[in-house]
Design a binder for this molecule. Sequence first.
Ligand code: ADP
Ligand code: MG
Length: 298
Amino acid sequence: MMKREGSQSKVIRLTDKLAQRAVLNTEAEAGPRPNTRVIAITSGKGGVGKTNIVANLAFAMTQLNKKVLVFDGDLGLGNIDVLLGLTPKHNISHVAMGMMKMTDIVVSGPGNMMILPASSGIESLTHLSEAQRDRIYASLRQMLASVDIFLIDTGAGISSNVMNFTSSAQEIIVVVSPEPTSITDAYALMKVMRLHYSHRHFNLIVNFAKMAKEAYELYRQLKVVTDRFLDISLEYLGYVVADEEIPRGVKLQRVVSEVFPNSQASKCFATLAKKIVESPRSGPPAGRLIFFRENAGG
Ligand SMILES: Nc1ncnc2c1ncn2[C@@H]1O[C@H](COP(=O)(O)OP(=O)(O)O)[C@@H](O)[C@H]1O
Ligand SMILES: [Mg+2]
């Protein structure tokens, strides 16, 4: 009797182990597709249009038949769910606590883009245990297996939270507006990303531009300084015109590219999305996402 029970429990334990291994294997196999692009949109200064750019690029990319997942990593006001008129009930903290999977918290937005509501749960993410962090990684990696483009809307500035999100991306898009403070803050951001996170390649979008020439000139001036003082490459992606249709869309809680597709701004977003989708990825190949590190970068 004893012996039988013993071998039975052994079998159960073995089955358990095999099951665990199977789970681990699936999680290891599921990960970003080789072609999944992880792109962070960031800025030195707030209010330069990051969230609108993320929402509109995401929408424009869905129109190019891309499967797009947006991660709302911006703790500031004007979060992407509000911008899109969504009211998600759950956020990433529910995944961290093991109550839900990423697939349970994801919400669908315009053009069938997917949005991971995170911002309201992010504060707690800086105090995650190892197990919680692993849970988020595993769940996120599985999600990424089914998307073409993962866009991260980061907060502004050089706080460690923002930097963690930004540094976890392969490709970084820095948004600037023509204000001098926006430009100096963008420089400071790239300097910190280079020094503490070893990022060498950055892409630039100029928002609130009056015209194409002005935007390119701003890029050129910034590049003169980065070429001289930082060991980085800075690539020009393009610009978005200052367009009153954007705040009009915001008031309607709709993306301008969807409600006013013929506006100047929407044309800019379509051009940018096409350029990004068609360009080869500018960072290293998809690797481990290093989200939610504590004391990252030093
Ligand atoms: N190109 C633009 N033209 C006019 N208004 C804009 C433009 N881009 C953004 N805005 C407005 O600027 C404000 C800040 O934009 P937002 O995307 O929330 O910036 P951030 O996420 O960088 O803080 C919003 O009210 C938005 O409507
Ligand atoms: Mg924002």
